[in-house]
Write a protein that binds this ligand. Structure first.
Ligand SMILES: Cc1ncc(COP(=O)(O)O)c(C=O)c1O
Length: 434
């Protein structure tokens, strides 16, 4: 039987990892089989070279005026975050845990930007003490910041996150354009600007828009940025000053078979034109990206544990699963499609035999592929999910069934080093009162 053609998104992912046709999967020159043998499976691998290339490509496309922020929620690995910082990214966070990662990776607290709709008073207090820039998501939050900053005798730096009436069409997961916990409805902003101007403990530095993630339409991402620029011009005409404009991001990366790609060059051209139009002295421009910087730099490796025939299908159980890479099992998607899954021994070969592949959890949802022509698979064969550098472990319910968490390995210049220890069964008891 002849092999079907390899999915274009898989081919692009392999090219980006520098994994040549005709050999086993390589990450930054290191064989996946060697990494699996050294560190065991399941295993996440992150490539420094790919991270650096992604940052360089985005910076080249967006131009020198843009300050690129790493959305650490996509992957709170310290080596990944440090590598991205050294490559020239700032950082935006959504929790005090992420603040810890940012500081451990060498960021200054005062350069950190903190967004998220449910920041507690305790979190705001720490942020104000450490002089983080707060992205304000509601009038209620603004009042809390004012109260906390006033009683601490400090001035809080603020950017208003704006929820515009138009949705970001084209985003797989939208966070604005309707009633939303994210951002302040556009028409409520003028009143808040007046309040801020009257409060000595509040210093307005800018505005922020973020309408959705996994957007494959560059034009849609630009439209939300354009809406922010136009609105800010209006507010500034009425006396406000908003120097720092965070234009959001949400640039998409193929995660499943059949996914397209994001036109970075087009986004760069259009955003550059927009920034040119709205530029002025004192203006700072930000774009914040998680997935687009990190997804292609990561690979999730898992091994075949058992195989059997059932109901006419080859059912394969692997040692990884939804608890470690929920996104690859389709959590958060409506129509399930296979992730960019390859055999590590022959990643460029599509295979001929349909196999259904899932993990060890007690739910049929724990399935990476249904009748994917990837087989036949050898006993113990190593499989790899590509584009696994974002929303992998961090997006997964890893305490479900109390399996140990996977190892993370950081590969830089042909050298692999441990980035996160493998968990142990005893972790299931951690924090519990017996
Ligand atoms: C406010 C904000 N910024 C940035 C991101 C990162 O998005 P992405 O990983 O799609 O770039 C998210 C993701 O949810 C977000 O909510």
């Amino acid at each position: 039987m002849s092999e079907p053609p390899i999915d274009p998104a898989v081919a692009a992912a392999l090219r980006e990892l520098g994994s040549p046709d005709g050999t086993g999967l390589c990450i930054d020159g290191v064989a996946a089989s060697t990494l699996a043998a050294t560190f065991g499976t399941p295993l996440y691998v992150f490539s420094a070279a790919v991270l650096r290339r992604r940052v360089a490509a985005v910076k080249a496309a967006l131009g020198p005026r843009v300050e690129l922020l790493w959305s650490v929620k996509a992957n709170p690995s310290v080596p990944v975050t440090r590598c991205l910082r050294e490559a020239g990214t700032g950082i935006e966070i959504a929790s005090l845990g992420e603040l810890q990662v940012a500081l451990a990776a060498g960021h200054d607290a005062a350069a950190v930007r903190f967004a998220g709709p449910g920041k507690t008073d305790a979190e705001l207090q720490v942020a104000i003490e450490q002089d983080l820039c707060l992205h304000v998501e509601s009038a209620d939050e603004l009042a809390a910041i004012d109260r906390l900053a006033t009683s601490a005798g400090r001035t809080a730096r603020l950017a208003l996150r704006v929820n515009f009436a138009a949705e970001v069409q084209g985003s797989r997961l939208r966070m604005g354009g309707r009633s939303s916990r994210f951002g302040i409805d556009q028409e409520q902003v003028p009143a808040l600007l007046q309040q801020i101007a009257a409060r000595p403990a509040l210093r307005l530095v800018g505005a922020h828009v973020y309408g959705g993630t996994q957007c494959f339409d560059a034009n849609a991402c630009v439209r939300q940025a354009a809406a922010l620029c136009a609105a800010v011009r209006g507010w500034e005409a009425n006396g406000a000053r908003l120097d720092e404009l965070d234009l959001g991001g949400g640039f998409g990366v193929a995660a499943f078979h059949g996914d397209g790609s994001f036109d970075l060059a087009a986004a760069g051209r259009e955003l550059s034109a927009l920034m040119h139009e709205y530029d002025r002295p004192g203006r700072r421009w930000f774009v914040e990206l998680g997935r687009f910087l990190a997804a292609p730099a990561g690979v999730y490796l898992t091994r075949v544990v058992r195989q059997k025939q059932s109901g006419g299908l080859t059912q394969v159980a692997v040692d990884g699963g939804l608890h470690q890479h929920a996104a690859a099992a389709g959590v958060g998607t409506i129509v399930r499609r296979p992730p960019l899954l390859v055999r590590a021994a022959a990643p460029w070969a599509a295979g001929t035999t349909a196999v259904t592949i899932g993990g060890p959890l007690c739910t049929p949802q724990d399935q990476f592929a249904d009748r994917l022509p990837l087989g036949p698979l050898a006993a113990g064969e190593l499989l790899a999910v590509l584009h696994a550098g974002a929303y992998g472990l961090t997006f997964s319910p890893h305490s479900f069934l109390s399996h140990a968490t996977p190892v993370e390995v950081f590969v830089d210049d042909g050298e692999a080093r441990l980035a996160r220890h493998r968990g142990t069964p005893a972790d299931a008891l951690r924090g519990q009162v017996r």
